[in-house]
Design a protein around this ligand. Structure first.
Ligand code: DP6
Length: 326
């Protein structure tokens, strides 16, 4: 039986992909920079089947979470598989089984890790069936993954990925092995998907100048991280997610992911930063949850934040990179 099992990590953008060129297969209007979340992974098992058509099923494994993928979600995933089959010239059919090692009901982005995992699984399988000279080239695979879901193209590189146009590339920065906290403020399904958000933000008067603002921040943040200027990095990362959320709030129709809970968490983060003049990089995606990234030497601070928020919210905390998650 022809079968492969592959996993891929999620990632969190510090400079955001928000706004895309319509009809371009998720080409972004601005470059983005992300940190790869090695502990948050999607597993995909691909099995060749006789006849019929491609199908999706939950991958059942004790260490993986159960999730419900909507009919629309399944169709989008299988459409990506079809796109990959066309690219490799493969006509066989497959059973796609997938699951995350993190809860799917807590509003954590799973499209980045799931589309990256499907791309990698398909590449492994199709290289056996109909090998292509470019079939193991990470840039080609990143570009293909992007066509499924934009942010997934960054999940092929670790720990840092920069995505400017067609594909993402690794970026060499001295900051590694960070600790990660997600304060799960809201665990219900988002009313506006990130794919819809990409369209809506272009109606905001603030979208004018957005590309320039993001580009300047991308340059400045890379420099700050390169030269260990944590204060500068933290400020840029903060300004960037606030900028993105302002775009949401000034779109037509306007929408917002920021809840009272998010605001409370952000205020606490700001208070602690003012007190200690140190703390994590804080960011939010297109959702209410607040992500924090701590340098490896900020273990104590990581524990303090975890304790602080855990009475009121669900808190997911990941210490560095565990070695047993692959
Ligand atoms: C806010 O990659 O989910 O997380 O390309 O339509 O699948 P599609 O969008 P998606 O957008 C992610 C947006 C973001 C910022 C980011 O990850 O850069």
């Amino acid at each position: 039986m022809n079968q492969v099992l592959v996993s891929a990590p999620s990632n969190i953008a510090l400079i955001k992909y928000m706004g895309k060129i319509e009809g371009s297969g998720n080409k972004p209007t601005n470059g983005s920079l992300s940190y790869t979340l090695e502990n948050l992974r999607t597993f995909v098992r691909l099995t060749e089947i006789e006849g019929g058509k491609d199908q999706w099923k939950l991958l059942v494994r004790e260490d993986l979470e159960k999730m419900d993928l909507s009919e629309k979600g399944q169709q989008r995933f299988l459409k990506h598989l079809q796109n990959l089959k066309d690219k490799w010239g493969v006509t066989k059919n497959f059973l796609v089984e997938s699951a995350n090692n993190f809860p799917s009901d807590c509003g954590l982005a799973s499209s980045a890790s799931s589309f990256a995992a499907l791309t990698l699984a398909a590449a492994q399988m199709f290289q056996k069936i109909n090998p292509q000279p470019w079939g193991e080239d990470k840039k080609v695979l990143s570009e293909l993954s992007r066509q499924g879901s934009g942010s997934s193209c960054r999940s092929l590189f670790s720990p840092w990925a920069i995505w400017l146009h067609e594909y993402a590339e690794p970026m060499n920065l001295p900051v590694k092995d960070m600790h990660h906290i997600v304060v799960v403020v809201e665990d219900s399904k988002k009313e506006v998907s990130s794919s819809e958000a990409h369209k809506l933000v272009t109606t905001s008067p603030r979208f004018e100048g957005r590309v320039e603002r993001a580009e300047i921040r991308l340059k400045d943040l890379s420099q700050a991280l390169q030269f260990d200027d944590w204060h500068m990095a933290r400020q840029i990362v903060w300004d960037e997610f606030i900028d993105m959320h302002r775009l949401f709030e000034t779109s037509t129709p306007s929408f917002s992911y920021m809840t009272d809970g998010s605001k409370k968490v952000l205020e606490e983060c700001q208070k602690l930063w003012n007190k200690w003049q140190d703390g994590p990089l804080v960011t939010m995606d297109a959702g209410a949850n607040v992500h924090m990234l701590f340098r490896n030497d900020q273990k104590k601070s990581f524990e303090t934040y975890r304790e602080l928020f855990k009475n009121e919210f669900k808190v997911l905390a990941f210490e560095g990179v565990k070695s047993d998650v692959h």
